[in-house]
Write a protein that binds this ligand. Structure first.
Ligand code: GLN
Length: 484
């Protein structure tokens, strides 16, 4: 049986009906049975996880009650968990093991969660499909001939296929939201700063956030509660207002809620079957007395260009540290420059190289003003669109993706087509806003997600609204056609 709703296991553990050890064993059984096919997991340390589970059981027996105590969680392989490999889906980190815990991991461990696996991902979180891992693609549990979405492919599939009730991914431009929509799970990209980035391998630092993943909004709230808040090790971190409302998460009142529907997101490019499901989802809100208002975000059309200029620029700088000197893999060569060049050539994949080249170009003398600086200005305009929209609505509802999960190989030969999968997810990232993806139904057996975007630091409210939606619908309870 898959490990579905975190809130159900929370109740079972608190009532003493089951143990963390039993849950963690079930998690390993499930991975052993299914991961040969799905390839969502890169490494595990079963003995360590079982020890942590037994510690959690002792805390439970002593009467401790907290959101994640005893719950299995899967970690994206760009998060440091002491002693385990942290490959970032790349060969260049071959043999490297985490010497410390990321702040989010440390906080989960202190709260008694039990990490059970490090999850596959697009190399260094660059990708939208889960096909760019050096360790082979992850498969979509709903249809194994299709991509699960990326870059947090393994974390999302781990929850979708029931390996664990909770997972952490990371989201720079959509990397938890897009795969969540392709695999019928719920995932949050918090307001920039709500989750510490200390120990999350940097991709594009001004955009990166850790993203919790679960089968429902209430599950995400369980994970978010112990992790959120300022961290002296990340100067961009902030406290989350309303954090005390996360456990237990209550539903929001939908009556009178003003939901903005951006016309710019529902135009050309959105598949008809996805549009139908999104309209039905909007109707669920309207039936409860929410008010749907058309809004305009006119600079949305610049979002992909802006994102890919800024992201590649930051990538070119952040990835310079993988040089064979300090971490992982090294190719021997006669000279130091030769060693660095050959290590990077052998260790990094094509998409990562493409971005380093593009980003280096954007930041070069003579091009900096034309590309990087201009993209920064466009980012301000995109953020201002949202500010203006939030003057008249409480949150926005949009598609997550132009369509459903695509077949393997459909976009790997055309980088632009791959980048366009992010059209609806990057604008909120550029503005640093909280946004989540949750299931809105199936079309021809494939999931479609809906995205909610809120003003800065409205993360808790966003989860409450999602919870209200999930209390009225059953989309999030649908599980993929895997063996029981
Ligand atoms: N698909 C986007 C990219 O490739 C987003 C990646 C991410 O959020 N990590 O840049």
């Amino acid at each position: 049986m898959g490990l579905g709703l975190a809130v159900d296991w929370r109740e079972g553990l608190d009532a003493g009906d089951l143990s963390s050890e039993a849950l963690v064993r079930a998690s390993f059984e499930r991975m052993a049975r299914l991961d040969g096919q799905l390839n969502a997991v890169l490494s595990t340390e079963e003995g360590l996880s079982l020890n942590l589970a037994r510690q959690a059981d002792r805390r439970l027996r002593a009467g401790e009650r907290s959101p994640v105590l005893g719950l299995p969680v899967v970690l994206k392989d760009n998060l440091n968990w002491t002693g385990l490999p942290v490959s970032c889906g790349s060969r260049v980190l071959g043999g490297y093991r985490a010497p410390y815990d990321a702040t989010v991991v440390r906080r989960l461990l202190e709260a008694g969660a039990v990490p059970v696996a490090k999850a596959n991902m697009d190399e260094f979180a660059m990708g939208s499909s889960g096909e760019y891992s050096a360790f082979g693609p992850t498969r979509n549990p709903w249809d194994t001939s299709r991509v699960p979405g990326g870059s947090s492919s393994g974390s999302i599939v781990a929850v979708s296929a029931g390996y664990a009730p909770l997972a952490l991914g990371s989201d720079t431009g959509g990397s938890v939201r897009l795969p969540a929509s392709f695999c019928n799970v719920t995932a949050l990209k918090p307001t920039y700063g709500v989750l510490s980035r200390y120990g999350l391998t940097a991709m594009a630092s001004s955009l990166d956030q850790v993203g919790p993943v679960a089968a429902s909004a209430a599950g995400i709230a369980l994970a978010l509660q112990p992790m959120a808040g300022r961290d002296p090790l990340d100067s961009t971190s902030v406290d989350l207002p309303g954090r005390e409302r996360l456990f237990p998460l209550g539903p929001a009142r939908l009556k009178g809620l003003r939901i903005g529907v951006p016309v710019d997101y529902f135009g050309e490019g959105l598949e008809a079957s996805s549009r139908q499901l999104l309209e039905a989802a909007l109707q669920v809100f309207a039936n409860q007395g929410a008010e749907l208002r058309e809004v305009r975000l006119p600079h949305t059309r610049f979002a992909i260009d802006t994102y890919y200029l800024l992201c590649t620029s930051e990538v070119s700088s952040n990835l310079s540290r993988f040089d064979g000197v300090r971490f992982g893999h090294r190719v021997a060569a006669g000279t130091l420059p030769g060693m660095i060049a050959e290590t990077r050539d052998a260790g990094l994949g094509d998409e990562v190289k493409r971005r380093i080249l593009l980003g280096t170009f954007c930041l070069s003398k003579g091009y900096y003003d034309a590309f990087y600086l201009k993209a920064l200005k466009a980012r301000t305009l995109i953020a201002r669109d949202f500010e203006e929209a939030f003057a008249s609505v409480d949150l926005l509802a949009t598609p997550v993706s132009p369509g459903v999960a695509f077949p393997f190989g459909a976009r790997t030969t055309d980088p632009l087509a791959m980048y366009l999968a992010d059209a609806y997810t990057v604008p909120a990232s550029l503005a640093g806003l909280p946004c989540l993806s949750m299931p809105a139904g199936l079309t021809a057996g494939l999931p479609v997600g809906i995205q909610l975007i809120g003003p800065a630091l409205s993360d808790v409210k966003l989860l409450e609204v999602a919870q209200a939606f999930q209390s009225l619908t059953r989309h999030h309870l649908q599980t993929p056609p895997l063996p029981a």
